[in-house]
Every structure is written in structure tokens, then in C-alpha cells.
Write a protein that binds this ligand. Structure first.
Ligand code: 13P
Ligand code: SF4
Length: 304
């Protein structure tokens, strides 16, 4: 498509002039993934943001991910294609809620999934992503109670993996909620030899019938190592773009065809170009929130 080729050329040129690196999450639309310098899961994107050297990070994902990049890199400018790309799960938890949970459970450690606002991370002891949540919880002595926020289903998965009881919150991902165990069973009937992947944000009955429950980038590794032909993908549908691109010989079946995250999909090539032209919208975080939030994130990066 010549219109897309033209947009991509203009983005590449301006990106060089601005000294920007383009980071994209695995759920971004195909065109956005293809123009990015790095495509990954939340943990990889946080790591790259923490170690890269480009003066400008153009972050294509949702708001909390761009915030994480800024928290870890206060000296660099972090811009996004659209400030309205939020995460409904992240918006389910507030700093006041963390205070309330701490007051109810004195002495507990607060483990916060990165899908949360910066102000909530600032009130937390340590962060985790879907790739390292089990490891992070296992790093806390068994005698210490753990408050796990905001995702009840990731929390439930971690409970099953660690054999520990966690103090859970009621948050959830409305996108992953749409994946039903009956849809997986049906896809399995049609493709009996398929590998079934599920994200830990899925409901427990879905996670329990999957062959592998893991983060989006670890799914990509599982698929590379799978010797069979067909994979049933139990996560946001954008993931299939990357899987298909990396594995042209394999077939991918969405566990739920309506499972797109509307927020992830508001970013586009046009908005990337405009963000580079205007150097806006820009993510800014007050230092009194950024500092404690960076400690919770850094503790995670040190362990995982
Ligand atoms: P990953 O860290 O596995 O990429 O997940 C992020 C996310 O928002 C899942 O919905
Ligand atoms: Fe948030 Fe769910 Fe979208 Fe991930 S898929 S960004 S958890 S709403």
C-alpha cells in the first residue's frame, strides 16, 4: 500500500531527526508493530526503557506502560500516539484503595501488577508483570502476608502456582474476560493436536485447560519451540500478528475472535507521525510519585 509506505518513510525520517526509539507492545495493530524498533511484553518493554540510550521514547501501548518508561527514565522524553489509550484494569485500583488494604492487613507486602497507575505503584512495595509474578511472590518469605493488586485472575493463577493464599483485589481485564472455556473446548475439538496458550489474565477455568499460561512474549517463545502445526491463542488478538510473522508455517486460531483491547488499538501510524512532529502528547509524572514508584519497579527488575 503506497499510502502506508509513505507514512512509514516519513516516520523513519523524523524518528532519526528526533533521536527517538519506537517501542510497541505485542497487542498493537500490525502496522504499528512493523514500524517499531522493539516489540515485546510489559517486562521486556520496561527493561528496554530502563537500559536504552535514545533521548526520546515513543511508546505504543497503553498509558501505564508509557508511565513505566518515564518512571524508569526521568531524563528522557516519553511521548505517546494517543493519551486516551488507557487500561480499564489499571483504572480499577486507586491509591486510596491501597491505603485501605494496608490498614486492613498490617504487615502485609503489597505486590502490584504493572497494569496500574503510577500513583498506585508509588504506594506499593514491589511490582510484577505476568512474566514474573510467580517469581516475585516466591521471593517474599512465606510468613509474610501478600496483598496482590489489581488483577484477581493473575492473583488466582499465582496462588495456584505458589500454593500460597494471597489477599486479592477485584480487578480484571475486560478483554481477557471475553475468552470462555467453552470456546477453547470447541477450538480443541476442531484442532485436537493444537497447543493451547492462555494469558494469566484469563479466567481460572480457561487458564486451567491451557497447555501453557504465560506472558505475551513467552507465548512467542513457546510457539517457536512447538513442533506441531496449530496454536489456539488465548489472549488479545493483536498477538497473532507477531506469531504469524515469526512462524509463517504454523496456523493460529483465536480462542475468541472478539477479544481485542480497544485501547491498544487506538494507536495508528498517523498518530505516531503526529506525535513525532509535535513531540506530544508527553508523559509527565510528579517527582513525589515517580520516586517511590521507581523503587517498586526497580525491586522487580532486580529480582526478575
Ligand atoms: P504482557 O506483559 O504479557 O504483555 O501483558 C500485558 C497486558 O496488558 C495483558 O493484557
Ligand atoms: Fe489492560 Fe486488558 Fe487491554 Fe491489557 S488487554 S491493556 S490488561 S484492558
Amino acid at each position: 500500500d503506497p499510502a502506508i509506505a509513505d507514512l512509514v518513510a516519513r516516520i523513519q525520517k523524523l524518528k532519526q531527526e528526533r533521536g527517538a526509539v519506537i517501542l510497541a507492545h505485542n497487542y498493537q495493530v500490525g502496522d504499528v508493530q512493523d514500524v517499531a524498533d522493539l516489540v515485546g511484553d510489559s517486562l521486556e518493554l520496561a527493561r528496554w526503557a530502563a537500559t536504552g540510550s535514545a533521548p526520546v521514547i515513543l511508546f505504543c501501548g497503553v498509558h501505564f506502560m508509557a508511565e513505566t518508561a518515564k518512571i524508569l527514565n526521568p531524563s528522557r522524553r516519553v511521548i505517546v500516539p494517543d493519551l486516551d489509550a488507557g487500561c480499564p484494569m489499571a483504572d480499577m485500583i486507586t491509591p486510596e484503595e491501597v491505603d485501605r488494604l494496608r490498614a486492613e492487613h498490617p504487615g502485609a507486602v503489597v505486590v502490584t501488577y504493572v497494569n496500574s497507575p503510577a500513583a498506585v505503584k508509588a504506594k506499593s512495595d514491589i511490582c510484577c508483570t505476568s512474566a514474573n509474578a510467580v517469581k516475585i511472590v516466591n521471593s517474599i518469605p512465606e510468613s509474610v502476608p501478600v496483598i496482590f493488586i489489581p488483577d484477581q485472575f493473575l492473583g488466582d493463577f499465582v496462588q495456584r502456582q505458589t500454593g500460597r493464599n494471597l489477599i486479592l483485589f477485584r480487578g480484571f481485564c475486560p478483554t481477557h474476560m471475553r475468552i470462555m472455556a467453552k470456546d477453547i473446548h470447541q477450538a480443541k475439538e476442531e484442532h485436537p493436536d493444537a497447543l493451547v496458550l492462555a494469558h494469566p489474565e484469563c479466567q481460572p477455568d480457561v487458564a486451567m485447560i491451557a497447555d501453557v499460561v504465560t506472558s505475551t512474549s513467552k507465548m512467542a517463545t513457546e510457539v517457536r519451540n512447538f513442533s506441531g502445526q496449530t496454536v489456539i491463542v488465548g489472549t488479545e488478538t493483536g498477538m497473532i500478528h507477531r506469531l504469524q510473522k515469526e512462524n509463517p508455517g504454523k496456523s493460529f486460531v483465536a480462542a475468541c475472535t472478539t477479544c481485542d483491547c480497544a485501547n491498544m488499538k487506538v494507536n495508528s501510524l498517523e498518530k505516531i507521525l503526529w506525535a513525532l512532529e509535535d513531540m506530544a502528547p508527553e508523559i509527565e509524572i510528579p517527582e513525589e510519585i515517580r520516586l517511590p514508584a521507581s523503587q517498586a519497579l526497580q525491586r522487580m527488575l532486580d529480582i526478575a
